[in-house]
Design a protein around this ligand. Structure first.
Ligand code: ZN
Length: 315
């Protein structure tokens, strides 16, 4: 059994309208599901991804209006890494990002930037053969667009404490790539039959981490539907305290904290976002899973009004 790389990355925003603007207009992703947090249905859960809403390209945000700004520390993901195809794409993004956000670094291998709330991203020229996961955007040619996740980097003061769970229970393979700052014992790849995703640790800053806007809440790894229960059993056998399987309607999930403190999820590839919406119109209407539909009249007036990003940018 192998996990198929990153399924999704879930983060926190204090400002859903600005978040929609940045991830759709600037980064060129598609808003593929506009729904509520299933653990707190008074706030949004927004999903951005490629044109099909594919796992492997899906970055999601819980909106907590007005929540304090967070910062990444030990036990938290600090950077989301995305693939692009070429150095030309890095040039394109360096220029495209500057009016809207802070470009922190540009080197031969990548562009590092923060979203408007300080969430860090890095674009890397991809060296793998995985299928590109691209959204349509009128200003971004497909060969320059984001191609899906390469992986995530987290802070850990004790990466060796996580090794057994990552390698033995989750079948992550150790990776060493000094040119990317990946030293032995600090980086792994979860690679399945179709996709791979990197998980790497860096030394944490002295300051403690603080949950809040601009931080990553959890990272989900992708499993087939058939193997999902078996992954749960392996995590439990390794002492990982997974939750029961939770039906998230568009996929099934288990959650557990890995030993360095990062919240992991294992989510299934399918049924997918088109199960309750026309693929042509993903993300346009507020979608509530069936268990929450009876709350619609209470929920809708509480939520922050959002523009339809495609109407806003295309007409
Ligand atoms: Zn999740």
């Amino acid at each position: 059994m192998r996990l198929e790389g990153v399924h999704h990355v879930t983060c926190i925003t204090a400002d859903a309208p600005r978040n929609v603007d940045f991830y759709t207009r600037v980064l060129g992703l598609r808003l593929v599901k506009k729904t509520v947090n299933q653990d707190d249905p008074t706030v949004y859960h927004l999903f951005y991804a490629d044109e099909q809403g594919s796992a492997g390209s899906d970055i999601t945000f819980f909106e907590y209006p007005g929540i304090r700004r967070g910062r990444a520390g030990a036990g938290m993901v600090h950077t989301v890494e995305w693939r692009v195809t070429s150095a030309e794409a890095l040039d394109f993004w360096e220029e495209r990002l500057r009016p809207d956000t802070a470009v922190l670094a540009r080197d031969d291998d990548g562009v590092t930037f923060e979203d408007p709330e300080g969430l860090r991203h890095r674009l890397l020229v991809s060296t793998v053969e995985d299928a590109p996961l691209v959204a349509d955007h009128p200003e971004i040619p497909a060969d320059l667009a984001l191609q899906g996740f390469d992986g995530v980097r987290a802070f850990s003061a004790n990466a060796s404490a996580s090794r057994a769970l990552l390698e033995e229970a989750l079948a992550f393979a150790p990776v060493t790539a000094p040119e990317r700052g990946l030293s032995p014992g600090s980086a792994w790849e979860a690679r399945g039959a179709s996709r791979g995703g990197l998980y790497a640790y860096d030394e944490p800053p002295a300051e403690r981490g603080l949950g809040g806007s601009g931080t990553v809440h959890h990272v989900a790894w992708a499993s087939s539907l058939e193997e999902h229960e078996a992954w749960r059993a392996r995590v439990a056998e390794a002492g990982g305290s997974p939750t029961p399987v939770i039906d998230r309607f568009w996929f099934r999930s288990i959650y557990f904290r890995e030993p360095s403190g990062v919240l992991f999820e294992i989510a299934t590839l399918g049924p997918g976002f088109a199960v309750d919406e026309d693929p042509e119109h993903l993300g346009e209407a507020l979608i509530l899973p069936p268990a929450f539909e009876h709350l619609r009249a209470q929920i809708e007036p509480i939520l922050t009004p959002l523009p339809d990003p495609r109407t806003a940018t295309r007409r």
